[in-house]
Design a protein around this ligand. Structure first.
Ligand SMILES: [Zn+2]
Length: 54
């Protein structure tokens, strides 16, 4: 879902591409307004840069 961020509970890394290989599908926190806390997933950033973020 576009515009949402997910973070696995116990992790500090936020994912924002649902096609990320590490996109959490259970036991996660979700937000639509990333507030700068924690880190953004490098794989998600690479997908975004490549125009392949879904
Ligand atoms: Zn990711």
């Amino acid at each position: 879902m576009a515009g949402s961020y997910r973070k696995k509970k116990g992790s500090d890394t936020w994912h924002f591409c649902s096609n990320c290989s590490r996109w959490p599908t259970s036991d996660y926190d979700e937000t639509t307004s990333y507030n700068g806390t924690g880190e953004l997933c490098n794989e998600c950033k690479a997908k975004r840069d490549a125009g392949d973020c879904k």
